[in-house]
Design a protein around this ligand. Structure first.
Ligand SMILES: [Zn+2]
Length: 364
């Protein structure tokens, strides 16, 4: 995965208060002030409104005219009245089978771009998608370290409704760690295995909803450590440009990114870069399944595979747990191994993802 930018526990508390019914911090704030101070605050608010409101209006106009804004207008908040009734069964997901896939991916060893192991993992993923409609987006890149082949793999499951939901995971491991025992069981392994099991659940069933495209994206990891923006996210950047050019991008209703979702101690972070209404929808899905305690306790700003799609106006959510071992110590280390992971975490993220998809399918 990419890198985090900041931690804000206060923002997390505020965000969670919207759903947990806690008193709004604004009300608490006002209650603590005397009448005289209240008058000054109200005057301040009036000033802010007079300055900010025209600015917002201007931004909206500019966004509507921008060729970058190819997706439907992003909602600021989730319209809960548009949600389907909470009557569906828990989505099917075979967590043990998915966990076995992690073990098999890791058994190939480190899988940096350009390596034999990487080619083996490509073939392993493709071997699970033999009967599916698969698109391969292959190209080469030339960072300062040389020329490397890159391959995005996309499995498409058609639906009855006009529009596409993309569920994505990268599958490469870090090139700078190529000569270490680093196998990325959680980082790249767990999410790639999750997508293989989601494919099993989608296969053979005519979808009553949006088309689902599963994307195993490549060359995600930075060519340098620490993270170096210009030499990272090659696969998704290539695909976002391609899908913008061929008109696919404006059909994408949601981009759901899975990253480091296998940790036995599962805490999916709230990412301030993700689209608020879509992250809120995931939280509603998690709540329906009783898994909400694993979601959005902590707030981070995360740069990850969703960035090129966010930049083009696609609603995105990054499901990522960047609290992997004490102080995230297992991340990008040889300690990122299968023994730190749990099938239960795959089940939680897999079923919440599929419930989110079901809700998107049925939303007005
Ligand atoms: Zn990573």
């Amino acid at each position: 995965m990419g890198h985090q930018m900041l931690l804000s526990s206060r923002a997390a508390r505020f965000w969670r208060s919207r759903d947990l019914g806690a008193p709004c911090e604004c009300l608490v704030f006002f209650a603590r002030h005397t009448t005289a101070r209240l008058a000054r605050i109200l005057a301040g608010i009036l000033l802010i409104v007079s300055v900010v409101l025209p600015a917002c209006t201007k931004q909206k106009g500019a966004a509507a005219a921008s060729p970058q804004n190819t997706a439907p207008p992003a909602q600021a908040v989730l319209d809960k009245s548009a949600l389907p009734p909470d009557t569906g069964p828990t989505p099917a997901f075979d967590a043990n089978r998915s966990f076995q896939y992690i073990k098999e991916i890791v058994a190939f060893g480190p899988r940096p771009i350009g390596s034999e192991n990487h080619k083996k993992v490509e073939n392993y993923i493709l071997s699970h998608l033999k009967d599916d409609n698969v698109e391969q987006d292959a190209f080469s890149i030339t960072p300062s370290q040389g020329t490397f082949p890159v391959r995005n793999i996309i499995a498409k499951f058609p639906g009855t409704r006009d529009g596409i939901i993309v569920i994505a995971s990268h599958y490469d491991t870090n090139w700078p760690l190529r000569d270490t025992p680093y196998v990325g069981a959680n980082d790249g392994g767990s999410s790639s295995a999750l997508l293989l099991e989601i494919a099993n659940q989608l296969r053979g069933n005519k979808r009553d909803g949006y088309s689902i495209w599963l994307l195993w994206d490549d060359a995600e990891e930075s060519m340098r450590l620490p993270w170096y923006d210009p030499e990272s996210l090659y696969g998704v950047r290539h695909l976002a440009e391609k899908w913008q050019a061929d008109g696919t991008l404006k059909k994408i209703k949601a981009f759901i990114l899975e990253d480091m979702i296998g940790d036995a101690d599962l805490n999916i972070d709230h990412d301030t870069n993700s689209t608020p209404w879509l992250e809120d929808l995931v939280y509603q899905a998690a709540t329906r399944l009783g898994y909400q305690s694993h979601f959005f306790e902590r707030t981070l700003e995360i740069e990850d595979d969703h960035r090129p799609f966010l930049d083009r106006g696609v609603p995105c959510v990054d499901l990522i747990d960047l609290d992997y071992g004490y102080n995230n110590v297992f991340w990008h280390s040889s300690q990122d191994t299968v023994d730190k992971l749990s099938p239960k975490s795959l089940e939680i993220v897999g079923t919440v993802t599929l419930e989110t998809v079901r809700m998107l399918d049925k939303m007005k």
